[in-house]
Design a protein around this ligand. Sequence first.
Ligand code: ADP
Length: 570
Amino acid sequence: MTIKNKLRTGIGFLFVLALTCCGLSVYFLNRLSADAGAILKDNYKTLQYTQNMQDAIDANDKPLSPKQIAVIDNNLKLQQHNVTEKGEQELTDSLTLVYTQIKQHNNNITEQLPLRSHARRLIYSIMHLNMDAISRKNAIAADTASRANVLVAVSAFLLFTIAFTFAVNFPGYIADPLKELTARIKEVSNRNYHQQIDFHSDDEFGELGQAFNNMTRKLDEYENSNLASILFEKKRIETIINTMHDAIIGLDEKQFIIFANEVACNLIGMTTEQLTGRYAPDIALENDLLRNLLINEQPRLKIFADNRESFYSRDSLSVSSKSKVIGKVIILKNITEYQQLDEAKTNFIATISHELKTPISSIKMSLKLLEDDRIGNVNTEQRQLLENIDDDARRLLQITGELLDMAQVETGKLQLNFGSTHPRNIVDYAVKAIKFTADQKQVNIKVKCDDTLPEVHADLDKTTWVLINLLSNAIKYSHEKSVVELTVKKHKNDEIEFSVKDHGKGIEEQYLSRLFERYFKVPNATADQTGTGLGLAIAKDFIEAQSGHIMVDSEIGAGSRFAFTLKRAV
Ligand code: ADP
C-alpha cells in the first residue's frame, strides 16, 4: 500500500472512531431525554389532573358548584386520554363511575360524602400508581445514563488509545526511513559506497530503498574500476621510474616524499618504505645527500656510493596542475662519465696547449731570423708570405694560451692578470679573432663602442675570450647574411656592459636559467650540436672572477642577447 493510502486509511479510521463516539453520545442523550419526556408526558400530567380533581372535590363539604364540576369534568376527560400504566384504566373507569354517582347525588350531601371519599381513594390510587411509575422510570433513566457513561468512556478510551498509538508510531513510520536515508547519504558523500538500505515495505520507501541501493552499487563498481585502473597506471609509472638510470625523487607540495626510485634509494642509503610518506626536511636533518639536494640545492654533487665516487647533476622540475603547484620532482643525472671525459679533455687541452707553445715559439723565432737581412734577401711577395705566417703563428700562440686558461679554470687554477684597458681594445681583439668565421657565414658584426667610455678593470685575455665565445655563438645560431650587434655602454654607475645580440632563432624561456651550467646544451637546437656546452659556463667563471655578471635575454623567433658587465677602472 502506498504511503498516501496508508495515511488516508489511518486518518479515515480516526475519523470513523470520532464519529462513532459522537454518535453514541447523541444516541444516549436522546434516550435520556426520551425517558425524561415519557415521565413528563405520561405520569406527571396524570398527577396534575388527579391533583386538580382532588382539590376540586376537597374544596368544601357542600354540593359541588358548577365551577368544581367543570374542573373535575375537564381533568377527568384529560385523564381518560392519558392512561399509561397497567391498572390505571380500571381505576380511571371506576373514578368516572363514582364521579357520575357523585354528580347524581349533588343535591344530597349526606349520600354524596361517602362517594366523595371513594373518589378520593381512587384518585389517590391513580396518583400512587403514577408516582410508582415515575420512580421506576427514573431508575431506568439513571441506568441508561450510567450505561451511556460507561459506553462513551470506553469508546473515548478506545479512540484515545488508537489515536495515541497512531500519533506515537506514525511520525516514526515516516521519519525513521528518512533519518536512515540521510545517514547513508552522508556516508556516500564521504566516498563510502558500501551502503545498503533495508526498506522491505511495498510503498514509496521500498522503491526509494531499492533505487538508493542500485545507486550505491553502481557508484561502488565505478569507484572500484576507477581505482583498479589508477592502481594499474601507478604500477606502470613506478616500474618505468624504477628502471631509469637516473635517481628520481617525487615530493608533494608540502615536501612529503611521494616516491623515490631504486637508484635514488641506493644513493640516499634508505629503503623506499623508509622514505615514502615522510617529511623530506626531517630526513634531510640526518641525511647529507637529501640536505644538499633539498636545502642547499647544489646543482652538482659528488656522491660516494657502491664503493666509488660518482658525479651527479641536480635537476628540479615543479609539477603544476591548473596553474597550482602540486609538487616537484628531483632528478639526479649521473654525469660521472662526462666528468671523466671532461677531465681527460682538460688534461689533454692543457698538455697540447703547453706542448704546442714551444714549437710555435720556435716558428716565431725562425721567422724573425728569416726576416733578418743578414740571412739573405727576400723579395716583396716572400716578405708578405712571411708576415702572414707570423700573424698566424701569433694567433695560434694566443689560442693555445686561451686553451690553457680554460684548462686552468677547469682544474681550479685560474689566474687573472688585471689591468686597465679601454673596452674598444677588447672589442677590436674579439672582432678580429672572429672575423674569419663571420665572413664565412657573411654575418655582419655591427660594433657600437663609444671612444668616450671609461676604461675597465679586467683581464684582457680572458674577457676577450668571453667576447669571442659570445660572438662565435651568435654567429653560429644566426641565419646567413644577418647582423650581429656588439654594443658597449655604461651600465649603472661603476659598470660597463658588453652585449652581443643576434637575430637567430632564440632560446626557449625554460632553458635560459640553465644556459650557464656546464655541459648544458639546449635540447633539439637546430644549429651545430658539436659543442660541449662548456663555453658559456667558462665565460661565466671568467666574468664572475672579475666581479662582473653575465646574463641572457631571448625571444623565440627574434633572437638572443648575451651581455656581461665589468667594473670600470678607478
Ligand atoms: P656550445 O659549445 O655547445 O656552444 P655554450 O656553453 O657556448 O656551448 O652554449 C650552450 C648552449 O646554449 C648551446 O648548446 C646552444 O644551444 C645555446 N646557445 C648559446 N648561444 C646561443 C645563441 N646565441 N642563440 C641560440 N642558442 C644559443
